[in-house]
Design a protein around this ligand. Sequence first.
Ligand code: LMR
Length: 396
Amino acid sequence: MFESAPLNPPDSIFGLIEQFKKDENPLKINLSVGVYQDESGTTPVMQCVRLAEEKLLAGHGTKSYLPIDGAPAYNQAIGKLILGESLYDSPSVHSVSAQTPGGTVSLRLAGELLRRVFNVNTVWMSNPTWANHPKIYGAAGLEVKKYDYLDEQGTGLDFDRILESLRHAQPNEAVLLHTVCHNPTGVDPTIEQWKVLGEFIKERQLFPIFDFAYQGFGESLDADAFPIRNFIESGGEALVCNSFSKNFGLYAERVGGISAISPNAETAAAMLSQIKLTIRTMYSNPPLHGGAIVNTVLHDSELRKLWTSELTEIRQRILELREKFVAAMQARVPEKNFEYINRQRGMFSYSGLTPEQVERLKSEYSIYILGSGRINVAGINSENLDRLCDAIASVV
Ligand code: LMR
């Protein structure tokens, strides 16, 4: 019966992790998947998470089902985290949220919802974008179209080209936006550009989906939410897909959320009912543990303070790594300017390495980078920096 199933090639990101694990070179370097690594090369459990788990373990918990949309306190906390207290409490803003198993499910839910409820048949996404975005929306039955994003050099933003491409978008089509720390490039629009883009999206009557996977990795928890808050403040309606994989280091717990925000209370309530209907037919209700950790941290002032400071430390360390990487590359290849890497934000840098160079780094040096040339800066440490830069210098 199953004979006709074609073999699907390995995932472009997770497939590389498998190859990395099998590589026996003790000097191998993993800069592939977007996972934070500390100086020792491990992905730590944040202290605030450990303390929250201790608290949860000591409490008299239950493993009974959560509501379809997850725990109310969790949902309220993510609404406030995305919008900030004052916008969340504003009488002209109505935000509903549901806990989802990670950002991926949230993105898929947004696609299902837009197609089923609003007959949306097309979603526009940046070129390049996270390799899973087109697959998620293709699976949700939407046609994927791309808007240009980068300049000629491929290392900075070309805002005019974004608008130029999006002029081809029709009303009732969706547009997917990376709220901060664009994956895979690390290149974000400025505040002024976000304002223009927000107005453009409203004028053209496009459905915005804000993918918010890196809150806290750009500048701060609040500053990173600017694109969403600005859009909502100026009367827009939006879907927000957020993830706690990165900013809580809760990758394997699969915890995130989908929020629908509208100036109208009845609209928001109807959106929540549609979100719940979609969830019920996909996975019924969310898993408990990850959401309980986030909920505990966000509702405990001490743990929340600890979380914010741990996140700040992570962000600053990545910035330092960028500087060290740029200096080390500049010393080896003085004729090329690497400054653009310092201007990019978040975990990723679009290095400009070609697929052939990336392949050589893997086969000759056991250095694992995505075929697109995306480097996970958070995988660099003082131990592997020189080896990495020597290898890159030898292939460019
Ligand atoms: C990445 O882009 O590497 C991460 O978001 C992990 C993933 O699921 O691909």
